[in-house]
Design a protein around this ligand. Structure first.
Ligand code: EPZ
Length: 429
């Protein structure tokens, strides 16, 4: 199993290109199931999760063609996928595939909307809490599907098609909103989603669906209205930049000090996180091409942050912020309100010398002058990358084990950081 070895203490200086967003690419690929025509997606990141979803879609009969390189293209350009679900041959998503990646459960909505039935394995346990799917099931039920749970599978049936309806989410859910929007595009009549998630990835998927002929308005607000259509067609869409990758490298630069330009990063996608960095003493300069992050000699000020749905501070940057605050001059507080048990990084950061106390959903981080390198590992993507951030500033050598978690969500991490001067390498085997 690959590991990443980091020798800490080097400032980061240079440009980091930001890839397409994993959490937009995945639902966009799933949306291809809604049409017989070809969906072309540009700027798709080369990630293990994308490859895994390609296998899952292949199992339903979807053909995916990856465009070859064009002149002038480098690894910094995302890939272009031509996705064709002309004939869906199987509406079952089996346990072996769904258990490897939670988001694959989301095929439920397009399959039942287009084919009238879907049989999708319950995703099962997850490293960041229980992560139920009750609200996804509620959404398709509200649109007229009957639901049975059979042998660990959710079986959704709507032989006469789905019907538009009102869907009121009792809590904000990204997966629930994606499900409701995708299912409603092909339902008869109007669907109104109340308390919808406002994440930029919801807006990106709605934009793509509208190019495919859907009638969706209000994406990015609390109320989304969808007029169902009989059919969707092919389209071409570029995946928006990854706000979590942007925020992660912003925190890495803040951690080591230096001057880094996050090319293609879009400040409005992560304003809350950038505001936190500014209050910690980091200089953040948005430009038309990206975001510049500078920290000079000055130390970091502590912060008090609570995660919440967009536009607030994202849970997917909570671990990275904790790594950063472990070197602040004073005591920080971070409260996690989205996922219970999303604190796997705490024990490992402590191994690097961080001082963190956990009390329920609230962490108290007492900044220390220096972290010290050690072998570490984590069981989740964002937790793993928080260890990389800590290691970049720690004295001596850190090995981050179980690198496959990083490969799920960060494209060429060691290359991007290495080009800015980090001493980082991947060790195979
Ligand atoms: C998405 O997960 C992201 N995943 C997560 O990113 C992200 O952390 C999360 O949204 C919150 O922003 C993808 O986009 C692929 P939710 P999702 O439905 O959609 C509860 C990463 O590292 N809930 O918004 O699964 C749930 O337990 C990942 O890239 C129910 O109670 O999150 C949580 O407390 C990790 N019932 C809250 O809602 C349900 O049926 C928000 O979950 C569904 C969710």
């Amino acid at each position: 199993m690959d590991r990443i070895r980091i020798v800490g203490g080097r400032k980061l200086n240079g440009t980091i290109p930001i890839s397409g967003a994993k959490n937009a690419a995945l639902p966009l690929m799933i949306a291809s199931l809604l049409t017989e025509e070809t969906l072309i997606l540009d700027n798709v990141p080369r990630l293990a999760d994308v490859a895994q979803l390609e296998r899952i879609l292949g199992n339903h009969g979807v053909d995916i063609m990856v465009s070859g390189k064009r002149p002038g293209e480098t690894a910094d350009n995302g890939q272009t996928l031509h996705i064709s679900a002309a004939r869906i041959v199987d509406t079952t998503a089996p346990y072996e595939l769904v258990s490897k990646m939670r988001a694959s459960f989301w095929v439920l909505a397009p399959l039942v909307a287009r084919m009238g039935d879907a049989r999708v394995s319950m995703p099962g346990g997850c490293a960041i809490g229980t992560r139920p799917v009750d609200l996804l099931i509620m959404a398709v039920e509200r649109l007229g599907a009957t639901i049975d749970i059979e042998g660990g599978y959710v079986v959704a049936r709507a032989p006469k098609g789905l019907r538009g309806s009102e869907i009121v989410f009792p809590k904000v859910t990204v997966s629930g909103t994606h499900t409701a929007v995708m299912a409603a595009t092909l339902a008869k009549g109007t669907t109104v989603i109340e308390n919808a998630a406002r994440e930029p990835e919801i807006v990106d998927v709605a934009d793509c669906l509208n190019k495919m002929g859907a009638h969706i308005s209000g994406a990015g607000t609390r109320q989304i209205v969808i007029e169902g259509v009989a059919k969707l067609r092919g389209a071409r869409h570029a995946v928006l930049p990854d706000r979590i990758e942007t925020g992660t490298y912003a925190m890495a630069a803040a951690m080591t000090g230096g001057d880094v330009f996050l090319q293609n990063g879009r400040p409005e996608l992560l304003q809350a996180a950038l505001d936190v960095l500014v209050s910690a003493g980091v200089i953040v300069t948005p430009t038309n091409q990206g975001i510049r992050i500078v920290r000079n000699g000055a130390g970091l000020a502590p912060v008090d942050v609570t995660t919440a749905p967009f536009p607030e501070f994202p849970t997917d940057l909570q671990a990275q912020l904790m790594a950063l605050m472990s070197c602040a001059r004073g005591t920080s507080h971070i409260t996690e309100t989205i996922f219970e048990n999303r604190f796997m990084h705490v024990g490992e950061l402590t191994r690097l010398g961080a001082r963190i106390q956990l009390e329920g959903e609230r962490a108290t981080i007492e900044g220390v002058p220096h972290l010290k390198g050690a072998p570490v590992m984590a069981t989740d993507l964002r937790a793993s990358v928080s260890l990389v951030i800590a290691a970049l500033a720690a004295e001596g050598e850190t090995t981050v084990n179980r690198v496959y978690h990083l490969d799920r969500g960060f494209e060429r991490l060691e290359d991007k950081l290495g080009r800015c001067g980090a001493a980082i390498e991947r060790l195979s085997g």
